[in-house]
Design a protein around this ligand. Structure first.
Ligand code: GLP
Length: 243
C-alpha cells in the first residue's frame, strides 16, 4: 500500500482529484467505482473544476440504500447527481447505481455484478472509510470474497448517517453494496480519510491485525492500493516513508 499524508482536507481533495484525472486522461473510457459520503465531496468538486471529460467514462457506485427511491434527496443516486453527474459530460447510460427499490434485490445485485463484468471490470475504485472500518456498506464480519448483495446496516452506521435524515425512523436499515470480493477485483484502489474522527479507525486499518472485524483491512492483500490521509486522520498512526 502506498500511503500519502497531506496537510488538510482541501489538499486531500485536490490531490485525489489530480490522481483520478491522471488515470482518466490516460484511459478516457476508464471504469470507475465511486463512493458517497462527506469525504469524497471535495474531490468531486475538484474534478468538476478541472473540467475533466467524462464522455467515455463508465461508473459503478459502491452502494445504495434499500427503500429510498433515486429521486429522494438522501439517495446515493441524488448525491451523485448533486456532486458530480450534473456537472460533467457523463452519459446517463454509463452511470450505474444499484437499484435499492428493486422488487427482487438478489436479482438486482446479480445483474449489477454482471454489468461490472461486461464493462471489463473496474479500473479504479475510490473508497471512504466508515466509522467502524466499513467499505461501501460492507460492515464488520462481511466475507472477503463477497459479491454485490443486500446487507443490514449496523447501529453505528445508522448513527453516522442519522445527520442526513429527519428522524430515526427514516434512517434506512438495509442497503445494496458491492462486496469486498467485487471491490478487490478492481485493478486499482484509492482510499480517502479525513479528520480527527477517523484517526482511530485509520490506525487500526493500517496498523492493527487484518481481520473481517475491520473490513478495510481486506485491502492489504490488494497489489495496488493508495491510501490518502490528511494530517488529522493520520495523527494516531506512526507512519514512515510519508510524502
Ligand atoms: C457511508 C458510505 C461509505 C462511506 C462512509 C463514510 O457509510 N456507504 O461508502 O465511506 O459512509 O462516510 P463519510 O465520508 O461521510 O465519513
Amino acid at each position: 500500500m502506498r500511503i500519502t499524508v497531506v496537510n488538510d482536507y482541501a489538499t486531500l481533495s485536490a490531490t485525489a482529484a489530480g490522481l483520478v484525472a491522471g488515470w482518466v486522461w490516460a484511459k478516457p473510457d476508464a471504469v470507475l467505482g465511486l463512493p458517497t459520503g462527506s469525504t469524497p465531496e471535495g474531490m468531486y468538486r475538484a474534478l468538476v473544476s478541472l473540467g475533466l471529460r467524462f464522455s467515455s467514462v463508465r461508473t459503478f457506485n459502491l452502494d445504495e440504500y434499500v427503500g429510498i427511491p433515486a429521486d429522494h434527496p438522501q439517495s446515493y443516486a441524488a448525491f451523485m447527481r448533486k456532486h458530480l453527474f450534473d456537472w460533467v459530460d457523463i452519459r446517463p447510460e454509463n452511470v450505474h447505481i444499484p437499484n435499492g427499490m428493486s422488487a427482487d434485490l438478489e436479482a438486482e445485485c446479480a445483474r449489477y455484478d454482471e454489468a461490472i463484468q461486461r464493462a471489463g471490470g473496474i479500473d479504479l475504485t475510490i473508497l471512504g472509510l466508515g466509522p467502524n472500518g466499513h467499505i461501501g456498506f460492507n460492515e464488520p464480519g462481511a466475507p472477503w470474497d463477497g459479491r454485490t448483495r443486500p446487507v443490514e446496516l449496523t447501529e453505528i452506521t445508522r448513527q453516522a448517517n442519522a445527520r442526513y435524515f429527519r428522524n430515526r425512523q427514516e434512517i434506512p436499515r438495509m442497503a445494496l453494496t458491492m462486496g469486498i470480493g467485487t471491490i478487490l477485483e478492481s485493478r486499482r484502489i484509492l482510499v480517502l480519510a479525513s479528520g480527527a474522527d477517523k484517526a482511530g479507525i485509520v490506525q487500526q486499518f493500517l496498523k492493527g491485525p487484518a481481520t473481517p472485524d475491520l473490513p478495510a483491512t481486506a485491502l492489504r492483500s490488494h497489489p495496488d492500493v493508495t491510501v490518502m490521509l490528511d494530517r488529522k486522520a493520520a495523527q494516531q498512526t506512526a507512519l514512515s516513508g510519508v510524502i
